[in-house]
Ligand binder design. Structure first.
Ligand code: SF4
Ligand code: SF4
Length: 543
């Protein structure tokens, strides 16, 4: 879908009629229906993908069919309303957090202007408080005494097809980034409300293909692209050849090797797509430099977990495969690459879903002896923690001048930053691999970081304008440091970010490229016996 020219979109955000520009809606929000038109919704799941997932043990994805959000009739099951209300009742029973979030919002509005979707679209229903109200109003009507007696007067409303359509629209205009929750005095996590909305929608066959196809591929072959074990290994082998051409160092990673000390898992995007492949080359060089005893798995060949964007059961199943592989291969612990939501699943849900992982050791770096107590339950260490520890203990040699072409800033990816508190390690690494880097403004980094605008499976091209709008707050902060300090590189530790921020930068700040942190480490790494060429663009240099 073509996106309007950048100056037109910028003007539309700044001047178009919206709550952001002081234009007050004339109707109550309940009376404004969701209108679907090309560009404002992601395509529905292909029936064959849904059928496949529905056939898998422990999963339920009913009502596979062709349907179009622009049509009046969404071909719902006859008893769809009962299914939704019963689904909500079940979840209120199962998830104490949901019950609390439904009851305790005081509508203070502290979250209202913190969402990048609201800032980029000006649509009141993209205010986190109102997004949650889409579900809360139905909850009130059916699950509270006041709502049962007073209905709309108590803020309740009937579950109707219009409400369901609204849920679909706004559950997929939230990247579950949790920025709003940082500002909520009650800690209400609107991301978890969005997750519930998506779960409920799946119960009647409503979902988006960009989430379900990668999830289905990942369940079938181990990774989002559906790469076979041979293709996966072949791609890594290509990267090894590139490394040898550039540096004279031959790296020889192993695959599915039983008895290796460590299992390495990273998003498959690192293996097959730019700019992730440069990050992957960085990992390979680092592991070679320290002589790490590790193996890849061609079955747990995906760190990403699109189940998180779908439902609990699928998230659990996809996460479980990593641990099943760790057990099968007999490794001691797991090292994880630069992924965003993999770490959210790990740190917030993994232990109660698939734990305890007593068959693995508490991770201990074989190079420095550091014991990663923080990974005591998950047995999985983030590559930035691992690398920072190597640097701190002087176990690798780095030459910053090899990144002389880089003037960097750092984007805290939402999940590593807000879900696991990975704030200082990436900055410590940056301090040691580049001469020049600057922070973006204080209210756009660390816990308050702005989302890339296209996470949770919203990185699909048919909603490109929406993505450029929702990514605007992040792009604006990058533009600020580009204009003021000449920043030309946006570093991050997330594969989705590497892809989505690249599109975002191309649109709003085309002078800035996106790079994984491990790419910058790989650029700077000095390895014994290397015969490195003059690499003016680091690992991206064409030779
Ligand atoms: S900040 Fe929290 S309590 Fe206040 S309106 Fe938002 S969700 Fe409700
Ligand atoms: S989780 Fe992120 S995208 Fe969703 S409502 Fe909150 S700030 Fe907006």
């Amino acid at each position: 879908m073509a996106v309007v020219k950048v100056d037109k979109l910028a003007r539309s955000v700044a001047e178009g009629p919206s709550l952001m520009t002081g234009s007050i809606p004339t109707k109550d929000w309940m009376d404004v229906p969701a209108v679907f038109k090309p560009g404002n919704y992601a395509y529905p799941t292909k029936p064959e993908k849904l059928r496949y997932l529905d056939s898998q043990q422990g999963l339920s994805f009913p009502n596979a069919r062709e349907w179009n959000p622009e049509d009046e009739d969404w071909k719902l099951p006859e008893n769809w309303k009962e299914i939704i209300i019963q689904g909500l009742a079940d979840r209120l029973d199962r998830f104490r957090s949901l019950k609390i979030f439904m009851d305790c919002c005081v509508r203070c509005g502290a979250c209202a202007d913190k969402c990048h979707f609201f800032l980029g679209t000006g649509d009141p229903k993209n205010m986190p408080v109102l997004r949650a109200e889409l579900l809360r109003s139905v909850y009130r009507q059916d699950f509270t005494l006041a709502g049962k007696i007073l209905g709309k007067l108590a803020g309740g409303r009937e579950m109707t097809a219009g409400v369901l359509k609204e849920w679909f629209m706004y559950a997929y205009q939230c990247t579950e980034c949790r920025r709003c929750s940082v500002f909520c005095p009650y800690g209400i996590d609107t991301a978890e409300i969005t997750m519930m909305l998506r779960e409920l929608l799946h119960m009647v066959g409503i979902g988006i293909n960009w989430a379900m196809e990668p999830a289905s591929n990942s369940n079938r072959t181990g990774n989002h692209m559906g790469l076979t074990p041979q293709a996966f290994k072949g791609n890594v082998d290509f990267l090894c050849d590139d490394i040898e051409n550039l540096t004279g160092v031959r790296v020889n990673p192993t695959f599915n090797r039983k008895g290796a000390e460590i299992l390495f898992v990273t998003p498959s995007a690192d293996v097959f797509a730019e700019p992730g492949i440069f990050t992957c080359m960085g990992y390979l060089l680092l592991f070679e430099a320290i002589g790490l005893d590790y193996t890849w798995s061609t079955y747990a060949s995906e760190g990403g977990n699109f189940g998180l964007f779908t439902n609990n059961e699928l998230m659990k199943k996809l996460n479980g495969k990593i641990y099943a592989e760790a057990k099968r291969l007999g490794v001691k612990w797991i090292l994880g690459g630069e992924c965003g939501h993999m770490w959210r699943v790990l740190h917030q849900y993994m232990d109660t879903m698939n734990g305890p992982t007593d068959f693995l050791d508490i991770p201990r770096s074989p190079i420095t002896g550091t014991v990663f107590e923080n990974a005591r339950s998950t047995k999985m260490v983030h590559i930035s923690e691992f690398t920072a520890d190597l640097i701190k203990n002087n176990k690798i040699k780095l030459d910053k001048s090899r990144n002389a072409h880089i003037k960097a800033t750092f984007h805290d990816s939402c999940n590593p930053a807000r879900a696991m508190g990975l704030l200082d390690e990436p900055r410590y690494i940056l301090d040691h691999v580049v001469d020049n880097w600057v922070e973006m403004p204080e209210n756009t980094i660390r816990e308050k970081t702005f989302c890339c605008g296209s996470g949770t499976a919203l990185n699909t091209d048919e909603i490109m304008e929406l993505r450029m709008r929702s990514g605007l707050p992040r792009a604006n902060a990058v533009k600020h440091v580009h204009d003021k300090h000449g920043v030309n590189t946006l570093g991050c530790v997330c594969a989705i970010d590497r892809a989505t921020l690249t599109s975002l930068m191309n649109y709003w700040v085309p002078e800035v490229q996106v790079a994984g942190l491990s790419e910058l480490v790989g650029n700077a790494l000095v390895i014994e016996g290397e015969q490195r060429q003059e690499l003016t663009e680091g690992l991206r240099t064409l030779v």
